[in-house]
Design a protein around this ligand. Structure first.
Ligand code: GLA
Length: 404
């Protein structure tokens, strides 16, 4: 962490402590967990198709200061006044709060840990987060992972990190979105100064060092992309299309058990797309084309990052955005506009990041271009909308951990 970040985290911790004492009283042993948001650099809507992704963990995170309890109660307050106090009882079947309620991400962690690991002790805690909500930067996974880590500490539960990531991914489906495993995996396995190539089924992680001169600039489109609300059905329907397409193509090729990576390895892109064109209707073929192409772009992007080839990485980001906007239909006018502005201001490439339907874009530029990029976004995107800038430079950070 930079000195500024250490300082602002200290201030946040002091506010959490003061609030804890006011809400729950003093004098118990307090612990603290932190779980970062993430930005996905390339590989969108590939994780639930068992194809790779290349995200990095962010310097923005969710921290919970908490004291374990002797009973099964979980009581939480949030430093952000938009999120009211919540409490519930741990059990293997927990009724959700209203759809979209922030407390459901805590219940998501609690229910799966109670069901699969028999945890029985809750906690009193104060949540403080600075990952912007519903913006494609995985504030939800940060809250699920932080909550799960707090419950593990309260119950003395050891878990291997990949098993923990898998548990959190399955747990988060409690909110109704049939997400893949990228967000929880990078939140737990992020590494300072690195992006991480993640492969699925089984989960595999390979850190890729970030070239010293590269900067990723994130910009919020200000269009809310709420995965437990409006974006949920659109997301789930994309996932269902991909599964149907997989079924039809593997039938056509006589490969009944193959998953997307197997098909790509055995038949290659051209043969797969030709088979898809024979058996899929237009919309499903478009979704299929995105997924197959995006999986290959991740492989190429990892090579470009290892080689420090910024131009190539940028081209792949641009191609990813075009495919997400066209074939996958998950972009919107604001995301398209942001990517155009970023390119015009000197980015090597730019794309929407996360599920889409609003949220953020990410652009690659050299370190010396970053201030000009931020200024251009302020002047040409946020200024005309009368909004304060919500763009910042990402800093590849470590994954979730327990502080002493
Ligand atoms: C959301 C999901 C992830 C992934 C992305 C799209 O963030 O939680 O699992 O599918 O969308 O790449």
């Amino acid at each position: 962490m930079t000195e500024d970040a250490v300082h602002s985290d200290r201030a946040r911790r002091a506010r959490q402590l003061e609030r804890f004492e006011r809400e729950f009283g003093a004098a118990r042993r307090l612990r603290r967990v932190r779980a970062p948001g993430r930005v996905n650099l390339i590989g969108e809507h590939t994780d639930y198709n068992d194809l790779p992704v290349l995200p990095m963990a962010l310097q923005r995170d969710t921290a919970i200061l908490f004291a374990p309890r002797d009973d099964a109660r979980v009581r939480l307050v949030n430093l952000d006044a938009r999120f009211g106090a919540r409490e519930f009882e741990l059990s293997a079947s927990i009724a959700p709060f209203a759809a979209g309620d922030w407390g459901n991400y805590v219940k998501a962690a609690a229910e799966i840990l109670a069901r699969e690991h028999g945890v029985t002790r809750g906690f009193d805690g104060v949540v403080a987060g600075d990952v912007p909500a519903a913006s494609g930067l995985s504030s939800s996974a940060a809250l699920v992972v932080a909550s799960a880590l707090a419950l593990r500490v309260a119950n003395g539960l050891e878990l291997e990190s990949r098993a923990f990531a898998d548990l959190c991914a399955r747990g988060e489906r409690y909110v109704g979105t049939q997400g893949g495993g990228m967000d929880q995996a990078i939140c737990i396995h992020g590494r300072r100064g690195h992006a991480v190539r993640i492969d699925f089924a089984p989960l595999r992680l390979a850190p890729v060092a970030m070239p010293a001169e590269w900067r990723f600039v994130i910009a919020n489109s200000l269009v809310v992309a709420d995965k437990s609300g409006s974006a949920r059905d659109a997301y789930n329907s994309r996932r269902a299309s991909c599964e149907r397409a997989l079924g039809a193509v593997r039938d056509a090729l006589g490969e009944p058990a193959a998953r997307y990576p197997d098909l790509l390895a055995m038949h290659g892109e051209d043969e797969l797309l030709a088979a898809g064109a024979r058996v899929l209707a237009a919309e499903e073929l478009a979704r299929f084309r995105h997924v197959v192409g995006e999986g290959l772009r991740v492989e190429r992007a990892v090579e470009a990052m290892r080689a420090g080839d910024e131009r190539r990485f940028g081209e792949l980001m641009d191609a990813s955005h075009a495919s997400l906007a066209g074939d996958y239909a998950v972009s919107c006018a604001e995301l398209d506009r942001l990517t155009e502005l970023q390119r015009a201001a000197g980015a090597a490439g730019a794309r929407l990041t996360g599920a889409g339907f609003g949220g953020c874009t990410v652009a690659l530029c050299r370190a010396e271009r970053a201030p000009a990029l931020l200024a251009a976004l302020d002047e040409r995107f946020y200024g005309p909308r009368g909004a304060a800038s919500e763009a910042f430079v990402a800093c590849a950070s470590d994954g979730a951990h327990v502080e002493e």
